[in-house]
Design a protein around this ligand. Structure first.
Ligand code: ADP
Ligand code: MG
Length: 664
């Protein structure tokens, strides 16, 4: 290091310091640590003034209070009593942020164990203090590289600390101390971990910086190291026992301005945020496996929200379609008083009632129905199904076309014809692939000719197979199948939806008159629709809740990992604080990390959820993709990051810099 590279212009020290005014001044400073019932006086009424441009060695045995002094001088810690002034400003009057600012602009720390961040390159490590000083990225990088080049590490700028020797790491940490053009360099045993050759290099470098105007405070227990300084202050048991000057202070060159001032407000916040996002991504990559596991929770949460809502909405959609397929202009009359769910057979609705209703104007079709379950036999095949006795209008009312053959007609009904029309499910079960038309099936040992097959309809709104049915004329059914002559329902198709209320009123009036009691109920398909939609909404809600709970669990997982991460990175937090990070910077960093994890997880989850929904569709279920669930799920993931990142971030920001730095 004998060849001195050209000086970097603003590597100077505090400006405007009146000659004679101390840059660092302690008056009667004590630092007391509680120790069980007693206390430890790490510093005991120390008074010390250090002027700009001095090169002071603080000497003393281990445990004499040197590091405690350095922490107080460097504004990482505060005195228990006494006054400490930096440039004439009493630190007592400063809050945590102002202290951080003072640290950032005035002091550069060089630690015994370098304290570089292992996941960053040398240049990135050097640039950290400038991030917290609010220097722009380009200016930062340029200066970091210039400083490294000057300290003979130009070739190593992109290496990580683990790829550097101890001496090189210490030079990187000196470059970091110079980054903000701090006027005071605080070096605590900077050569303690180095071999003598590297130690000499570091000391030569410190002397050189002192010659350029930096105030250097060097802490050591080694007299050979202290010999480089021009002033030696000896400590013993927290007190100054000697203060010697080797030579007169030489005249100092004028001191250039301090590092750039911090910007305020949004102008400052946005670059901070960009920097925090960059740092968050870097730390995610550094802990890739753990990040992946944390992400997994969020991904599963978000994906399940999206898939479940898509499936739920799809189910709702298909139910609505099926209901509208039945027709919305239908009124269905059933026996039994309204509000009472009859379990047995209500023998109150008669075929004559249906005949009376047929006279109501505005009715397009009317189909009385009586059904019960019986076994139908063809050859040796048996099939148990619902046999319905009804009128030809049944298919008109339900908009139900034929697949083959014909429906029985009014003449068949009148003639008690032994004919049957099969639903597709019944046909398939009895006849397989062949056509049943013209063949005979047995119901209750009576043969019926198959005259038609209904077009397949699939499941209804309630999941029942509508094709699992066999239709016979109502009259035939009464005589040969059911025995007793009353109805299960009368389906009325109203021509015009506008007439539904009038027709419904007429039905109620006529039946009440005929029965002298309201022993029936009239419902329209709109009501079915309502019920079905309600059922589906409940289902969707339940699915949504399950998904939301999984997101909540994922959020707690994120918080857990972040808390572990804060503990693990305590030292990093200490280093960042020592290099000028304010509480808000640390808060922002950890909050951003949680946010970035959750946002990335949210984005991946949205993709996966959509893919899963499409997979479900491919397997045959109906899904409905809309914009809202992905947006909502992503917003939830984001919010999860915000909420569950807060606690760890607060924990990180609340750390005491001294404790954090000492953390193993
Ligand atoms: P040095 O750096 O000279 O070796 P320190 O300043 O680290 O000494 O410590 C001075 C004294 O204060 C020691 O007796 C030490 O045990 C005590 N001390 C330092 N830090 C703490 C602490 N956080 N809590 C309790 N005692 C402490
Ligand atoms: Mg120490």
């Amino acid at each position: 290091m004998s060849e001195v590279a050209p000086r970097i212009d603003d590597t100077g020290a505090a400006s405007g310091v009146a000659p004679g005014r101390a840059i660092v001044e302690l008056v009667d400073v004590s630092r007391i640590y509680p120790n069980g019932d007693t206390v430890v006086r790490a510093l005991d009424r120390v008074s010390l003034a250090i002027h700009p441009g001095e090169f002071v060695a603080i000497m003393g045995q281990s445990g004499s209070g040197k590091s405690t002094l350095m922490n107080i001088v460097g504004c990482l810690d505060r005195p228990s009593s006494g006054v400490y002034r930096v440039n004439g400003v009493d630190v007592e009057d400063l809050d945590a942020d102002a202290l951080a600012e003072l640290r950032c602009s005035t002091f550069g720390f060089v630690f015994q164990r370098y304290n570089l961040l292992p996941s960053l390159t040398a240049a990135e490590n050097v640039a950290i203090p400038a991030i917290y000083a609010g220097t722009g990225r380009e200016a930062r990088e340029e200066r970091a590289h210039a400083l490294l080049a000057r300290l003979g590490l130009g070739e190593r700028a992109e290496h990580r600390p683990s790829q550097l020797s101890g001496g090189q790491q210490q030079r990187v940490s000196i470059a970091r101390a110079l980054m903000n053009a701090a006027p005071v360099i605080l070096a605590d045993e900077p050569t303690g971990a180095l071999d003598s050759r590297s130690g000499e290099d570091v000391l030569a470098l410190l002397s050189e910086l002192n010659a350029e105007g930096h105030t250097v405070i060097l802490i050591t227990h080694d007299p050979d190291v202290a010999a480089h300084a021009r002033r030696v202050v000896r400590f013993q048991d927290g007190r100054i026992v000697a203060d010697e000057r080797r030579e007169a202070e030489p005249a100092r060159p004028p001191l250039p301005a301090m590092g750039p001032a911090r910007r305020g407000g949004l102008v400052r916040f946005l670059p901070d945020l960009a920097e925090a996002v960059r740092m968050a991504l870097a730390s995610m990559v550094a802990n890739i496996f753990r990040t992946a596991l944390t992400l997994l929770g969020i991904v599963i949460g978000v994906a399940s929200v999206i898939t479940m809502l898509a499936v739920g909405d799809g189910g709702k959609q298909s139910v609505l379609e099926r209901i509208s397929q039945i027709g919305t202009n239908l009124l269905i009359v059933r026996p039994g008083a309204p509000g009472i769910r009859s379990s047995g057979d209500n023998a109150t609705l008669l075929p004559e009632d249906a005949n009376a209703l047929a006279a109501i104007p505005g009715i397009g079709a009317i189909a009385p129905e009586r059904s019960s379950r019986y076994t139908i036999r063809y050859g040796s095949a048996d099939y148990f199904t619902s046999v319905s006795g009804t009128a030809p209008d049944y298919l008109v009312a339900r908009d139900w076309p034929m697949a083959e053959g014909v429906m029985f007609n009014a003449a068949d009904v009148k003639a008690y014809a032994p004919v049957v029309v099969l639903g597709e499910t019944v046909r398939r079960n009895l006849f397989g692939e062949s056509s049943p038309i013209g063949r005979y099936v047995l119901v209750k040992n009576v043969p019926y000719e198959v005259i038609g097959v209904l077009a397949p309809r699939g499941a209804n709104a309630f999941g029942q197979d509508q094709d699992d049915v066999a239709l016979v004329p109502l009259t035939t059914g009464f005589v040969r199948v059911f025995g007793r002559q009353f109805l299960n329902s009368v389906t009325v198709k109203v021509d015009d939806a506008g007439n539904i209320p009038a027709v419904e009123a007429a039905i109620t009036r006529i039946l009440t008159e005929r029965h002298q009691a309201e022993d029936f109920q009239v419902r329209n398909t709109a009501q079915f629709l309502e019920t079905a939609v309600e059922t589906q909404n409940t289902l969707t809600l339940v699915l949504g809740c399950v998904a939301a709970i999984s997101l909540l669990v994922a959020g707690i997982g994120v918080m857990n990992i972040m808390l572990v991460s804060v503990t693990e990175r305590t030292r990093e937090i200490g280093i960042r604080m020592a290099t000028g990070a304010r509480m808000s910077n640390i808060m922002l960093q950890f909050n951003t990390e949680a946010l970035v994890v959750c946002s990335v997880g949210g984005a991946v989850g949205v993709g996966l959820g959509l893919a899963a929904a499409l997979g479900v569709e491919w397997m045959g279920a109906t899904i409905l993709l809309s914009l809202m669930p992905p947006l909502l799920a992503f917003a939830c993931a984001f919010l999860t990051g915000l909420v569950f990142g807060y606690l760890p971030a607060r924990k990180a920001a609340g750390l005491d810099p001294v404790v954090a730095l000492a953390y193993e």
